[in-house]
Design a protein around this ligand. Structure first.
Ligand code: BGC
Length: 761
């Protein structure tokens, strides 16, 4: 084994390279034992401290002199600094000017790409393509690691069933099975397959926000969460657990409470479940000021909540400086003990060791690599391909799409000429000046073959105050000073001269994301009026919908012939949208979330329970579980998404009518491309446990496959069903499958399935 000698501030430390073996662990343990043997109590506590770099910390932390703090050994890592030279400089302070020279870990919210930006995570989820997601995460890792970042606060895998919550855009949608697959894909993409060893172009993931953050009451961000343990284990925990099983190196605690105790101080969550039940052995970081916020939650002062966080199993304190400022005193008063501090410190050092920082603190800061590997043409091509895969064709009457490159194409809407709006929320490393606008993309895509006319048509929303709240972080779409009438008249003149009109409407990118909850989730009023006026002209209208959440589109679904949902698709959004609009790419995305008819239906999700009075038909029935004024169905169901070709499904054939817990059966369906062009269909397998010891959902996704067929081609698509797909957590939280009948459903959306039944003996 190769020995590495590292001279850190005059101290000679002896490290070794490691392999994914016990001897690798033994080497790591020896190294960390020896290092911790030299650390003072305050240096150990310093490792637990994670201040934010840059302006956002001003006034929030006690120590704005971050460099001084680093020199004193009071900092374990920093986050959200951009720039390889800057990071190198800061690392140099830690390594050369602090007593023990322990390198810092540098984190960042690289959640859908670094400079090459991919679709927002909800858009990535809509690809149902795990290779694509892993590839996007891999590219993010290659770029971020070249720029000095070795740790990303991603993946965010909070199941969300309430689209009022803005952070639905950052997550994986409403389904635990799909969410678990996505969690794994992200972790493998960032970290590779060996969680004990990081190459210098891999970065450590941080699964968040553990736990249940997506279930905040009324979709209001940071709000209270309260749910049964059955629901936690069966519906909300699986994606976090999947990330842990894939080897994710760190976990972020959520802001919300769980069972009446904030996650950040919840020992059951952080230790009993995460470590004892799931075997997690990485480190846990709080969310931004998570410890400090527990004083507002009302469970104690900073002294008390910091002690509780440490004892619950938190290892690193993001921004609060609760650990830094209170733990020494808590130790002296025996409120905490030294083993608890040592344990947290050890976990941080282990992460640094696995990342190779003790061997070479600068291995992630290579200016040459930064020049060569960030925002490369190859990465941009991948971003464009994956962006196009994320789009969901919600409807397409009379094959209005794809468009031909000819005649006059009108482009209308306040989002059509915006560059800053394209990448999407939390694209912190994106250069906002780079993305093409949709108008530019269209001009490039048609060249001289067609004429593009543009009119803005409206502001984002009538209410100026709301508009200001919605366009933050340098993503302003300046308000147009003209009157509504003037803007509309211009748009109608463009429509008049056009053969087809593309209406680029929806949300701005900062209408979703953190702290962006909305009580109304339709297309904003000013744009809604514009759309209605365009429809009234009788021209063919294609709605290119920008959104970070499910919107209520009942009117649009009734009146607009074609709707292409493009989310926020990253740096290559515009060319990718054009690829799909003109049919160079056939859309294949499927919704990872339900689109409700109105806000009153929320939460509306496909994998619900049946109740004792389920609605049997489609129309209202007295004394059944339904509303007087709206059907129970959504506008667009989970799994929905059209193609420019059509697919037909044959009956579901089962290899046997019965199976045992040790056995398996195969479900087969014949898929045919009945249309005129090649296309990709996401074939979805759902299962219903017809009788259980606890009530079971009417449908649960248990498999999916992307299948590409040429025009006229047919193929048998097979799914293997074994006990692992039938298990659930029962009343006593035992993971079991129960004998009885199961319904198998296969189709191209959760509400369009063919069925068969088998019995588990
Ligand atoms: C968010 C996290 C994020 C963190 C660091 C918090 O406000 O909730 O998702 O990772 O900030 O930027």
């Amino acid at each position: 084994m190769r020995k590495t000698l590292l001279i850190l501030s005059g101290l000679l430390l002896c490290g070794t390279t490691w392999a994914a073996t016990e001897s690798g662990d033994a080497d790591m343990n020896r190294f960390i034992d020896s290092l911790m043997g030299r650390m003072t109590l305050s240096e150990k506590i310093g490792q637990l401290n994670l201040p934010a770099a840059g302006d956002i910390t001003t006034g929030q932390t006690k120590s704005s002199d971050i460099a001084g703090q680093i020199r004193q050994g009071n900092v374990g890592g920093l986050f959200n600094i951009k720039g390889v030279e800057k990071i190198r400089d800061v690392q140099r302070i830690a390594v050369e000017e602090s007593r023990l020279g322990i390198p810092l870990i540098f984190g960042m919210d690289v959640i859908h790409g670094y400079e090459t930006t991919f679709p927002i995570p909800l858009g990535l989820a809509a690809t149902w393509d795990m290779e694509a997601i892993e590839r996007a995460a891999r590219i993010a890792a290659v770029e971020a690691s070249a720029a000095g970042i070795c740790w990303t606060f991603s993946p965010m895998v909070d199941i969300a069933r309430d689209p009022r919550w803005g952070r639905v855009s950052e997550g994986i949608g409403e389904d635990p099975f799909l969410g678990s697959a996505i969690a794994r894909a992200f972790v493998y993409g960032y970290q590779g397959r060996d969680p004990r060893h990081f190459a210098n172009d891999e970065i450590m993931g941080c699964v968040k926000h553990y736990a249940l953050y997506g279930a905040v009451e009324a979709g209001r961000d940071y709000n209270t969460v309260d749910m049964s343990r059955q629901r936690m284990y069966n519906e909300y925990f699986p994606p976090y657990k999947a990330a842990v099983e894939a080897g994710v190196g760190s976990v972020m605690a959520s802001f919300n409470e769980v069972d009446g105790v904030p996650a950040t101080a919840n020992r059951w969550l952080m230790t009993d479940v995460l470590r004892d039940q799931w075997g997690f052995d990485g480190f846990v970081v709080t969310d931004y000021t998570g410890i400090m916020e527990m004083t507002a939650h009302g469970i104690g002062d900073l002294q008390e909540v910091s002690a509780r966080a440490l004892q619950a199993g938190i290892d690193m304190d993001m921004v609060s400086e609760g650990f830094l400022s209170t733990l020494e005193e808590s130790l002296a008063s025996q409120r905490v003990n030294v083993e608890e501090i040592d344990r947290a410190c050890r976990r941080i050092l282990e992460a640094k060791y696995k990342l190779g920082l003790f061997e070479d603190p600068y291995r992630y800061c290579d200016p040459q690599r930064a020049k060569e590997r960030i925002f490369t043409p190859e990465h941009c091509n991948e971003a464009r391909r994956i962006a196009a895969e994320s789009f969901v064709l919600l409807k397409n009457d009379n094959d209005l799409l794809p468009l031909r490159r000819r005649g006059t194409i009108g482009v209308v809407g306040p989002l059509a000429a915006s560059r800053e709006n394209m990448p999407g929320t939390w694209s912190v490393a994106t250069n906002l000046q780079i993305p093409q606008t949709l108008v530019e993309g269209l001009q490039q895509a048609v060249g001289k073959k067609a004429r593009i006319l543009y009119a803005r048509g409206s502001n984002i929303v009538h209410d100026e105050e709301l508009e200001k709240n919605c366009t933050m972080f340098g993503r302003e779409i300046p308000r147009d000073g003209r009157s509504d009438r003037e803007m509309l008249d211009e748009a109608l003149r463009v429509a008049e001269q056009s053969d087809v009109v593309i209406a680029a409407l929806g949300e701005t990118s900062e209408m979703s994301g953190e702290s962006s909850s909305l009580s109304q989730i339709g297309i904003p009023d000013a744009q809604q009026e514009l759309l209605q006026a365009l429809i009234a002209t009788g021209k063919p209208i294609v709605l290119v919908l920008f959104t970070g959440r499910p919107l209520t589109l009942e009117w649009e679904n009734e009146h607009v012939p074609s709707i292409l949902n493009v989310w926020f698709a990253g740096t290559e959004a515009a060319p990718a949208i054009c690829d799909v609009l003109f049919g160079d790419v056939n859309p294949s995305g499927k919704l990872p979330v339900t689109f409700p008819r109105n806000v009153g239906q929320i939460p509306l999700y496909y994998n619900h329970k049946n109740t004792g009075r389920p609605l049997l038909g489609d129309s209202f029935e007295k004394f059944r579980s339904n509303y007087l004024d709206v059907p129970n169905t959504p506008v667009y169901a989970f799994g929905h998404g059209l193609s420019y070709t059509q697919f037909s499904y044959g009956d579901v054939r089962l290899s046997a009518a019965e199976m045992t817990e040790q056995g398996s059966i195969t479900a087969t369906v014949r898929l045919t491309n009945t249309g005129k062009r090649e296309g990709t269909e996401v074939v979805q397998l759902y299962i219903r446990d017809l009788v259980g010891s606890t009530t079971r959902p009417v449908q649960e996704l248990k498999g999916f496959q992307r299948v590409t067929l040429k025009a006229g081609e047919s193929r048998d698509v097979r799914f293997t069903i074994d006990a692992s797909l039938l298990k659930f957590y029962n009343y006593d939280l035992e993971y079991v499958c129960e004998p009885g009948d199961f319904e198998v459903m296969i189709g191209g959306a959760s509400d369009a399935v063919h069925k068969a039944t088998f019995t588990l003996k």
